[in-house]
Design a protein around this ligand. Structure first.
Ligand SMILES: [Zn+2]
Length: 141
C-alpha cells in the first residue's frame, strides 16, 4: 500500500487534503474538513514512521516548519489555543496536525477528534483564499 504523503497522485490524499506548498523540511496541506477553521497538516519530507527515526536535522527543521505554520495560523485565524497532534495509526508517515481551537466552539478544553463529528467543508473560493493566505504569510511560491 502506498503512502499518501509520499505519493502525490494518491486518491485518498486528493479526497482529504489540499496542498498549500513546500516548506524547507515539509509540505503544508489544508484539510478539506475545516471543523476547526484554519486547520492544517505539516508532513515531513521523506518517509519516517516514528519521530525517533528522524535525524537531529530533520527534527529541528520539521519543528521549525511547525512553528512557522502555527504562527501564520495565529495571525490569520486568532485561535484561543493551537493543538498539535502526531498520530499516524492510519497513515504512518510523520505528519503533525496543527489545529486551531476556539473558546465555546468544537472540543474546547479537550483534544481534537474527528470521529463522529460533523464534517465542515468550505467553498472552492474559501479554500483558495486560505491557501493564498498561508502562502503569503509563509513566503511559499
Ligand atoms: Zn510516506
Amino acid at each position: 500500500m502506498s503512502c499518501m504523503y509520499c505519493d502525490n497522485t494518491h486518491e485518498k490524499r486528493a479526497e482529504l487534503l489540499i496542498e498549500v506548498g513546500k516548506l524547507p523540511h515539509s509540505t503544508l496541506f489544508i484539510l478539506k474538513n475545516q471543523n476547526h477553521l484554519g486547520r492544517v497538516v505539516v508532513a515531513l519530507d521523506g518517509h519516517r514512521t516514528e519521530v525517533y527515526e528522524m535525524t537531529p536535522e530533520e527534527r529541528e527543521g520539521f519543528f521549525a516548519d511547525v512553528a512557522a505554520v502555527s504562527k501564520a495560523m495565529s495571525e490569520l485565524f486568532h485561535p484561543d489555543k493551537i493543538n498539535y497532534g502526531i498520530f499516524g495509526d492510519g497513515v504512518p508517515h510523520v505528519h503533525m496536525h496543527i489545529v486551531p481551537k476556539y473558546k465555546d466552539q468544537l472540543q474546547w478544553g479537550h483534544f481534537f477528534w474527528d470521529k463522529g463529528e460533523v464534517e465542515v467543508t468550505l467553498s472552492d473560493a474559501e479554500y483558495q483564499k486560505m491557501v493564498e493566505d498561508y502562502k503569503r504569510l509563509l513566503n511559499i511560491k
